[in-house]
Design a protein around this ligand. Structure first.
Ligand code: PMP
Length: 463
């Protein structure tokens, strides 16, 4: 007779997980066959699994652990808040100190003229709020026919019906009858994959003009807004050419189409500016945020609303029939306030811009010299490597797309570094608190990972 696994063992947790837990973005059958990794604790830039492995968290969890793991200041702030006021809603003519203070604190760091905040539980709800808020705004302004959203292919805007519809992920649209009507997807500004013979600058303008074409085709009188991530995250850290965003802004202004910057990843310092739109040199009408606002210590997201929409919405919108039980949850607001205190106190956004960001970038961009890497790119602390069998041609592997990426990702994990695979590229977004020594370790490990991947591809005859 075999005895049951110990209650604190990997086998025990794997058993419970396989029996009862359905994972996001996972194939349950193959995951259960393989067995999940169990992460038991985290500190600073590292996570630890139940087998005792120490792994450098090159993805900040899911792009959220900006101030690093195990910050007791934030944990204590949440605990103090919950002991004082565990929960109350912000619906019925009520607020609470943390929600009011956080809205003001976000308005302080937001781009000029953006002074109002609507809270949600996370990024997808923030994106859905934008759909409803923007359409309601135009209706309140006497233009209800302005309802169409322009978004991009290969964009990620969340997993709710609205967010997944705005997003441009084909595998998501293929499940559940998406997208919903009223959304037009246009070309993404992804030079490596789609730029052809154009220079990045020319391609940036070309991709922006696709936005103009889509608006003109739908009729500007029918178009509510354009939404885009300043840098596409889940789509593979697609950093658009510098020409792209200013041209998109000009196109939207000329046609009276609102500009929405989805900053769920880029917001709160990831690019070295407080918001990615500032890095790109544009001034959106609305910003969605989540993740880095609390560094992941508590679920919280929201929408920052610029003067134009806020004024119309407040003056003419009447009651907005929209909100979430956890809009402005006291615990989330306390976490965000404590997180903002750390970002300010330790000057972490400046650190990303002028210290650890440039330091890691210098090492990361050098990875382009590796025979497997066609392009290395990084802004602030968000970057990507494109793996290719032929740099000059920016060629794809003959194997099914994603096969080489997953192989490299698994090798990276086994070397003690979390990098995420997107198609056949690797992406990275480490904590802002990454030390210089950890940046060196990260880059040295990445070289080893690439060497091992290269050797494995050769051994399989794939190169
Ligand atoms: N927008 C963007 C740009 C995102 O990256 C994400 C999450 N990765 C979302 C929206 C959805 O956020 P959440 O997972 O918190 O719902």
């Amino acid at each position: 007779m075999t005895s049951a696994p110990a209650s604190n063992s990997t086998a025990h947790w794997r058993h419970l997980d396989a029996a009862h837990h359905l994972h996001p973005f996972s194939n349950t059958k193959s995951l259960n066959a393989e067995g999940v990794r169990v992460i038991t604790h985290a500190a600073g830039s590292y996570i630890f699994d139940s087998e005792g492995n120490k792994i450098l968290d090159g993805m900040s969890g899911l792009w959220c652990s900006s101030v690093g793991h195990g910050r007791h200041d934030i944990v204590d702030a949440i605990s103090d808040q919950l002991k004082t006021l565990d929960y109350y809603n912000t619906f019925f003519k009520t607020t609470h100190p943390a929600a009011a203070e956080l809205a003001a604190a976000i308005a302080e760091v937001a781009p000029a003229g953006m002074r109002h905040v609507f809270f949600t539980s996370g990024g997808s709800e923030a994106v859905d709020t934008v759909i409803r808020m923007v359409r309601h705004y135009w209706a309140a302004m006497g233009k209800p026919e302005k309802h169409i959203f322009i978004a991009r292919r290969n964009a990620y805007h969340g997993s709710t019906v609205g967010g997944a519809s705005l997003g441009g992920m084909k595998p998501m649209h293929a499940q559940g009858g998406l997208p919903i009507p009223g959304i037009v997807h246009v070309q993404q500004p992804y030079w490596w994959a789609e730029g052809g013979d154009m220079t990045p600058e020319a391609f940036g303008l070309h991709a922006a003009r696709e936005v103009a074409r889509a608006i003109d085709e739908a009729g500007a009188e029918n178009v509510a807004a354009f939404i885009g991530e300043p840098i596409q995250g889940a789509g593979g850290v697609v950093i658009p050419p510098a020409t792209y965003w200013p041209e998109v802004q000009k196109i939207c202004r000329e046609r009276d189409v609102l500009l929405v910057s989805d900053e769920v990843i880029c917001g709160f310092g990831r690019t070295g500016e407080w918001f990615g739109c500032q890095y790109m040199g544009v001034a959106p009408d609305l910003i969605t945020f989540a993740k880095g606002v609390t560094s992941g210590y508590f679920p919280l997201g929201g929408v920052i609303v610029g003067a134009r929409v806020a004024e119309g919405f407040i003056e003419h919108g009447g009651e907005f029939n929209h909100g979430f039980t956890y809009s402005g949850h006291p615990g989330g607001c306390a976490a965000a306030l404590a997180n903002l205190r750390i970002l300010h106190g330790e000057k972490l956004v400046e650190r990303v811009k002028s210290e650890i960001g440039p330091y890691l970038q210098a090492r990361w961009l050098k990875l382009a010299e590796h025979p497997l890497v066609g392009e290395a790119r990084m802004v602030g602390l968000i970057g990507a490597l494109e793996l290719t069998p032929d740099k000059a041609r920016r060629a794809k592997f003959a194997q099914e797309e994603g096969t080489v990426g997953l192989l490299c990702r698994d090798i990276s994990f086994s070397e003690g570094l979390v990098m995420r695979a997107v198609r056949d590229g690797m992406i990275l977004a480490p904590p802002f608190t990454l030390s210089f020594a950890e940046a060196d370790l990260l880059a040295d490990t990445a070289v080893r990972v690439l060497d091992r991947t290269y050797a494995e591809l050769q051994a399989r005859g794939w190169l």
